[in-house]
Ligand binder design. Structure first.
Ligand code: S3P
Length: 439
């Protein structure tokens, strides 16, 4: 796909349903007793992968566009391997569920997924009694589940929602109460995204959340009882804030821009990008707030802000704030090229094990576009830069493709994003939506 400089972005846009909430609604619906109706289910390929796996596990999932009906019940042994495609959330969350089922099955995925670390989930699930074989800590995973599992107390060493969720889902098959404790964070919202705990509570799980204050900050502690039946609930999935982030960043710095996004997910563990940019002078207004199935959402209006562009101190992202904007780092790095003080990102080593090594993908592409960029083991520093159009690579990573489409809007000449179809992983139609707001 080829992208060129634009003057501004304006109009109203609609985004796909949140990817994280969609995965959870489908999986939790599948293990509930009866029919779950999900509205605005993500149209992304990752969420298709979850549905296909659930179907192979004997679940009836009827889809009509963004409307999904899941007939929950007992999962059955699949005939072949479960293909999780590019989706880390699919493989890690389903592993948690399958650990508690009395059959064995194989989970696999594409080349990127086969290179991502799985020991983080293998270790706790084995401690709970599952047997798991892997390729040296990577997928394919052979899971032989067990029912009931042993309930455990587990301290998370990585602030990963996929890990926390895998343990919470396995805990549903535990023989007593499982306790999961997160790493300390400076506030109750700078924890890894909390969609699983919210949705499990909504579906009737016996789950209790406590925060206790330690010298190192707030610690989230979840206690969840095993063997409690889940009851289907209607789920509405709000728009995906991670998909919105490309438009939020671009409209904030392109002069004369004015974008409205209705019904956007605003779960406080996900709004790091809005909080950070507003603190630095971005013009972002939020209205029509509501809460459905325990998830917050609202309308967001973004207008360009000279204050943000001229902010000379620059933006720094480090420590636990990363959890609330982890998927937005590629676009924030690109945004840094348009800010007087640039942007510094540290403590972000997790980015090296996402759909691609995002630190090196961002650095390589920004260098091709002649940006001032320094790479660190755990992050990068981007200075204010006049970008030149170039041929950049998506590295097969949807968020890199979309971030560099936005970089192309800021650059002289043309920017070509190689392998840009990977945007379909989370946001089919991204380029059409972008085209519709270009002025
Ligand atoms: C996700 C959690 C995050 C995020 C990913 C989606 C989820 O990953 O980067 O895109 O839906 O739970 P980690 O749990 O690895 O931090």
């Amino acid at each position: 796909m080829r992208v060129s400089r634009v003057k501004s972005l304006a109009g109203e846009i609609e985004l796909p349903g949140d990817k994280s909430i969609s995965h959870r609604a489908a999986i939790i619906g599948a293990i509930s007793d009866g029919e779950t109706v999900i509205k605005n289910y993500s149209t992304g390929r990752d969420c298709d992968a979850t549905l296909n796996c659930l179907r192979q596990l004997g679940i009836n999932a009827l889809r009509n566009g963004k409307l999904l009906n899941i007939s929950g019940g007992r999962l059955t042994k699949p005939e072949g391997p479960l293909d999780c495609g590019n989706s880390g959330t699919t493989i890690r969350l389903l592993s948690g569920v399958l650990a508690g089922h009395d059959f064995s099955c194989r989970l696999t995925g594409d080349e990127s997924l086969l290179n991502r670390p799985m020991n983080r989930i293998i270790k706790p699930l084995i401690a709970m009694g599952a047997r798991i074989k892997s390729r040296d800590g990577r997928a394919p995973l052979e899971i032989s589940g067990r029912s009931p599992l042993k309930s455990v107390s587990y301290e998370l060493t990585v602030a990963s929602a996929q890990l926390k969720s895998a343990i919470l889902l396995a805990s549903l098959y535990g023989d007593a109460t499982t306790r999961v404790t997160g790493p300390p964070s400076r506030s109750r919202v700078s924890i890894s995204r909390n969609h699983t705990e919210l949705m499990l509570g909504f579906f009737g799980a016996d789950i209790v959340e406590h925060f206790h204050e330690t010298d190192d900050g707030f610690v989230q502690e979840l206690a969840i009882s095993g063997m409690k039946e889940l009851k289907p609930q209607p789920v509405y999935v709000p728009g995906d804030i991670s998909s919105a982030s490309f438009f939020i960043a671009a409209a904030s710095v392109l002069e004369g821009s004015d974008i409205v996004i209705r019904d956007l997910g605003l779960n406080p563990t996900r709004t790091g990008i809005i909080d950070l940019m507003k603190n630095c002078g971005a013009n972002i207004e939020i209205g029509d707030r509501r809460r459905l199935n325990r998830e917050e959402s609202g309308s967001v209006r973004i207008r360009s802000s000279a204050d943000l562009r001229h902010q000379s101190g620059g933006l720094t992202i480090s420590g636990d704030i990363l959890s609330s904007l982890i998927d937005e780092i590629p676009i924030l790095a690109v945004l840094g090229t348009q800010l007087a003080g640039g942007i510094t990102i540290r403590d972000a080593e997790e980015l090296r094990v996402k759909e691609s090594d995002r630190i090196s993908a961002i650095v390589n592409n920004l260098r091709k576009m002649k940006a001032d960029v320094t790479e660190y083991d755990d992050g990068l520093r981007v200075g204010r830069s006049d970008l030149s159009g170039a041929k950049v690579d998506s590295y097969g990573d949807h968020r890199i493709a979309m971030a560099f489409a936005i970089a192309g809007l800021f650059a002289d000449g043309h920017t070509e994003i190689v392998d840009s179809e990977c945007v379909d992983v989370s946001f089919p139609g991204f380029f059409q939506v972008l085209e519709s707001v270009v002025k």
